[in-house]
Design a protein around this ligand. Structure first.
Ligand SMILES: Cc1cc2nc3c(=O)[nH]c(=O)nc-3n(C[C@H](O)[C@H](O)[C@H](O)COP(=O)(O)OP(=O)(O)OC[C@H]3O[C@@H](n4cnc5c(N)ncnc54)[C@H](O)[C@@H]3O)c2cc1C
Length: 403
């Protein structure tokens, strides 16, 4: 059995950021990844400026092969049923359009950690002074002995389930699926990620250009029919935006998403010697932007391990204290008071709104409200409001709500 300081589960961006901090501090770190690397990851790859800065500062200049075409993105365009469109540029200029298969592999290699791919986490036992991690590597059972484990294994995290078996039943699950189309004619600007606040289309509807094709994606609740939803969006884009696409190619894809915890400050940070980070912990920014908070939370989990050792403090205490800054950043993006009176996002929504005529502003506010009503059944409204009111009093969000 291999004995190490830390086992990280998941060779994605949060895992890479955690690994970087641990390796830099001289801790022996193994990253286990269930897929063969480089692995595919469903993602639009639109990196926020903060995510871009993190990659540059921690892993160095991005090699060109980690990018899709178009290689950069200017920002996001919101579209509304009243046919108002609001393009918003990222603060600080364009950002790279990441090809997750290669960018994640590059980042994890830059971390300097030892990587065991095709190795799936199965379970763990926490014995207080060490953990035993069970995994399957190329079909064979393997075990690791570690002082700590970091779960960086994404929304359907098995590490979280190992600690809290009932957790998946306690949150709503969404499905996001996308299809790829050859383009006949597309007036949507390829330099932007396009998002529709349209309750008739779905809970999350997007489109953007990638490598000569147009992606059309839609997010919905369990039980809805993807093919029907997708067809509806394609017809809408043709009818309202003049987008003419060839029939979809065969390589459609989708996955489950734990959208919700960051809206209502219900993060999962682990227990005992196990830390949960990245999207597994619930980090997801506005418009489903998850890479910047995955990178930052992952780095904080690694730093917390290092700090806990230096100060001889319990790692959970250290992690929870340190992660509060990332919770503030992420949950602020969903906080209506912050949205109204501050600039929590990385593109200027208030400025884009103010650039519209009074009439269009009113239409946009009405359309946003109608879109939010779609989410009424999840009963998040009061929880968001309570958190928003606590924010100025506590200077952050209550730690009592975290698992
Ligand atoms: C359709 C779609 C579009 C998106 N577009 C954007 C975007 O444009 N910009 C943006 O910032 N974010 C986007 N996101 C969100 C972003 O992809 C995630 O928030 C981000 O990748 C989370 O990173 P992570 O490191 O926490 O986990 P993940 O990227 O989910 O990685 C988890 C890793 O753990 C591995 N793993 C899982 N289970 C096990 C196991 N049992 N054993 C070993 N390894 C395991 C997985 O294979 C994976 O490599 C999008 C998401 C989706 C679904």
């Amino acid at each position: 059995m291999r004995s190490v300081d830390v086992v990280i589960v998941g060779a994605s961006l949060s895992g890479a950021a955690a690994a970087k901090r641990l390796v830099d501090a001289g801790l022996e770190t193994i990253v286990i990844e269930r897929k063969q690397l480089p692995r595919h990851k469903i993602c639009s790859g639109i990196l926020s400026p903060r995510g871009h800065r993190f990659l540059l500062e921690n892993f160095g200049p991005l090699p060109p092969q980690v990018l899709h075409e178009p290689a950069s993105c200017r920002g996001v365009t919101f579209h509304f049923p009243s046919m108002v469109s609001m393009p918003m540029d990222f603060f600080g200029g364009t950002t790279p359009h990441l090809h997750r298969k290669y960018s994640d592999h590059w980042a994890i290699r830059q971390s300097g950690a030892e990587i065991h791919d095709q190795t799936s986490f199965v379970g763990l036992q926490d014995h207080g002074d060490h953990l035993i991690v069970s995994a399957r590597s190329r079909g064979e059972p393997v075990e690791y002995r570690a002082r700590l484990v970091i779960g960086a294994d994404g929304p359907s995290s098995l590490v979280t389930r190992a600690l809290y078996p009932d957790y998946p039943q306690s949150i709503p699950w969404f499905f996001v699926c996308q299809k790829f189309h050859r383009i006949i004619e597309c007036p949507l600007d390829p330099q932007y990620f396009h998002f529709w606040f349209h309750p008739g289309l779905g809970h999350y509807t997007w489109s953007h250009a990638r490598d000569g094709r147009q992606i059309v994606g839609v997010g919905f609740k369990r039980g809805d029919n993807f093919a029907r939803k997708h067809r509806n969006v394609v017809d809408y884009l043709a009818d309202k935006h003049g987008v003419r696409l060839e029939p979809e190619d065969d390589d459609d894809e989708g996955c489950g998403e734990n959208f919700g915890p960051s809206l209502i400050n219900r993060y999962v940070f682990g227990k005992g010697n196990v830390l949960i980070t990245g999207q597994a912990a619930g980090f997801l920014n506005m418009i489903g932007e998850g890479m910047s908070c995955a990178l930052h939370s992952g780095a904080i989990s690694g730093e917390a391990v290092v700090e806990a050792r230096l100060r001889n403090r319990p790692v959970q205490e250290m992690y929870r204290r340190m992660i509060a800054s990332e919770v503030r950043r992420t949950s602020d993006q969903w906080n209506p008071l912050k949205v109204a009176f501050d600039r929590p996002h990385e593109a200027d929504f208030p400025a884009a709104l103010m650039a519209l005529s009074w009439r269009d502003r009113a239409k946009v506010m009405r359309d946003i409200w109608r879109f939010l009503v779609l989410y009424k059944e999840f009963k998040w409204g009061r929880q968001i409001l309570r958190a928003a009111l606590q924010r100025p009093v506590l200077g952050g969000y209550s730690m009592q709500r975290w698992l």
